[in-house]
Write a protein that binds this ligand. Structure first.
Ligand code: NAP
Length: 308
């Protein structure tokens, strides 16, 4: 059993951020502004449908308006980009999110590049990427922004400390490294070609895993006292894997019994938690922060567009 003081509780911090967003939505309502988030979902990917549903529900819970545009997987690149243009031109829309991944045959880059950067609540448009890189963040990708909120609100010191990010995606790894750098950490960015990954990650005071490989980060990757943030999200449906990664964990066993699946991260929590000083769980770690930051970005976009 892991000491609860060790847990970096993303659910709690995500809840705090949501409460703050709801307060801002109320203040905006007094000025006659009701932020609106539009989400484009292309195709039938079940996981994407779940994510989109949860984004719409959370927007509404916080008093914002939300509209989901479900488009067929057969849509052409031109038609999809025309839908983005339509939302760009609609003055009633504050935030636009294109749910990724897009179905095969559709190229996400031109679509993301087409978004009005002022409505780009995922922070993936090259203009927003450039502003972040220059140190003038405007709309920052939600997952790394959420991780920063968690670290700051949990008083994890970053200045001068060694942060190692594993994963260099545009969505998580690269913006995460940039945010940590701007917070004056000494940052190392690792990827699939990194030699002797464990030797590099053992140097970390703060280790962020955004790899997309379940259980990759084990005890050999972590030094005593490291703060570990697990961005990974995997659904385990195999009993043998549940037994291997969560031996004797009655809670996980009960969830598996009930749902036929459990969630796990890129970090082998059972092995790493005893060594780490603080650690995010999966679920209840980074996931709730991502959605909270999407809501915060939507309100921010609504304010920035009106300079209020
Ligand atoms: P991604 O685009 O697949 O990128 C994975 C990165 O990990 C790549 O840079 C890759 O290196 C690196 N990598 C892969 N295998 C490696 C290995 N064995 N050793 C070292 N590096 C390795 O993934 P992503 O979109 O960043 O997502 C990462 C994880 O976070 C996924 O599990 C995803 O589901 C999860 N996620 C969760 C949330 C949330 O809200 N909780 C949000 C976003 C993503 P190369 O560049 O060399 O290929």
């Amino acid at each position: 059993m892991v000491d609860s003081d060790k847990i970096l509780n993303g659910s709690r911090v995500g809840g705090e951020i949501q409460t703050e967003v709801a307060d801002q939505v109320e203040q905006l309502a007094q000025k006659g502004v009701s932020p609106r988030l539009d989400v484009i979902l292309v195709g039938e990917d079940p996981a994407s449908k779940v994510y989109v549903g949860s984004k719409a529900r959370t927007s509404e819970k916080l008093g914002m308006r939300s509209q989901t545009h479900v488009l067929p997987a057969s849509i052409s690149q031109d038609e999809l980009e025309a839908r983005v243009d339509g939302l760009n031109d609609d003055p009633d829309v504050d935030g636009i999110l294109v749910q990724l991944p897009l179905p095969a045959g559709l190229d996400p880059q031109p679509v993301l590049g087409r978004l009005d950067p002022a409505k780009d609540v995922d922070g993936f448009h090259p203009e927003n990427v450039g502003l972040l890189q220059k140190g003038f963040p405007r709309l920052v990708p939600c997952t790394p922004a959420g991780v920063m909120e968690l670290l700051q609100r949990e008083s994890i010191e970053l200045q001068g400390r060694r942060a190692v990010v594993v994963g260099r995606s545009d969505i998580v790894g690269k913006p995460m490294a940039m945010l940590l750098l701007h917070a004056h950490a000494t940052v190392t960015l690792c990827h699939s070609r990194t030699r002797d990954l464990a030797a590099v990650t053992r140097e970390a005071d703060i280790l962020i895993a955004a790899v997309g490989v379940q259980g990759l980060i084990g005890a050999e990757h972590v030094s005593e006292g490291t703060v570990v943030v697990d961005v990974g999200m995997h659904r385990i449906t195999d009993q043998e894997l549940v037994d291997r990664y969560f031996p004797g964990n009655e809670k996980k066993a009960a969830v598996f019994e009930k749902r036929g699946a459990v969630l796990a991260g890129d970090v082998d929590f059972t092995q790493v938690a005893p060594i780490a000083s603080r650690i995010t769980p999966v679920p209840g770690g980074v996931g709730p922060l991502t959605i909270a930051m999407l809501m915060a970005n939507t309100v921010r976009a609504a304010r920035l567009r009106r300079s209020i």
